[in-house]
Write a protein that binds this ligand. Structure first.
Ligand SMILES: [Zn+2]
Length: 277
């Protein structure tokens, strides 16, 4: 039995100093004799940054087998927290610190679509009857009651998921289609919300995936002595809101990659009325 306790641990993936020492101590307690020396050696062959061999090396150097190690780490991580990000484009970024991060609510999204069509002549010209448009939407319940947050903010500004910051709610994007892109792009502020997630609120499967990412990256950093952390595309899908007390703040990133149009877009205004002074 180990009495490790991650209750003081808050993982900020992009800041390895927040989690690498804790994972190192945890793994260290489970290594075979000489295990650390083996893991600090560079592998003979060049490995990709996300090569599964990095995790396999940890499994071979530890007393428990890799699967047991992952089970145990994912259980222990339930005591820890992670800093997570949510990307959206909204007229009022201050609402996140007032109201928290809400789950997807089709009724509220209906109202938002009606308001967009009412206030944007370009949209009203294409969709004269908002109610008919909403009634014809076959994916109305997609994501209902769910909230998506990610571990690595870079996946929302680069990579393939910049559309949340540039265009806002995916639900609204899907119903209004590409014709709405110019309108959605000029309204409001691209907003990256930073919040803290108690990991016991994530699913066992997500925590196990997280355990694998942490072990892999710890092993890679230990062997290569790199100081940069690889970009990962890691989403927590929560079936509940995050309250306002969990919201740490927000920013408006300078540039965001637009996966629909293959360009990097510069944010016009990086300050909103709700930005910290
Ligand atoms: Zn702001």
């Amino acid at each position: 039995m180990h009495d490790d306790n991650f209750s003081d641990l808050t993982i900020e993936w992009e800041s390895p100093s927040t989690w690498v020492p804790a994972i190192g101590n945890w793994v260290g307690d489970r290594l075979k004799s000489g295990g650390l020396e083996r893991l600090t050696r560079k592998p003979r062959k060049q490995l990709y940054v996300d090569d599964a061999e990095w995790v396999d090396r940890v499994g071979r150097a530890s007393v428990p087998g890799l699967e047991d190690l992952l089970d145990e780490l994912s259980d222990d991580l339930a005591a820890a927290r992670a800093v997570v990000f949510h990307g959206s484009r909204v007229d009022d970024p201050g609402r996140f610190s007032r109201e928290g991060l809400k789950v997807n609510d089709p009724a509220a999204l209906d109202d938002h679509v009606r308001e967009l069509i009412r206030s944007e002549p370009e949209l009203a010209a294409v969709y004269p009857d908002a109610d008919a448009l909403l009634a014809s939407f076959p994916k109305r319940e997609r994501d209902a009651g769910l909230l998506h947050v990610v571990l690595d903010s870079r996946s929302l500004t680069g990579g393939g998921a910049g559309h949340y910051l540039i265009y806002g709610s995916e639900w609204v994007q899907v119903i209004l289609g590409w014709v709405a892109h110019p309108v959605l792009r000029k309204r409001g502020y691209p907003t990256l919300v930073r919040a803290v997630l108690n990991l016991d609120r994530s699913s066992d499967g997500e925590r196990r995936d997280l355990a694998r990412h942490l072990l892999l990256e710890w092993a890679r950093l230990t062997a290569t002595r790199d100081v940069w952390v690889q970009d990962i595309d890691f989403t927590f899908t929560l079936a509940e809101a995050l309250p306002s007390g969990a919201v740490l703040g927000h920013t408006h990133p300078a540039t965001i990659e637009d996966p629909f149009h293959g360009v990097r877009r510069r944010t016009k205004s990086r300050r909103c009325p709700a930005c910290d002074p």
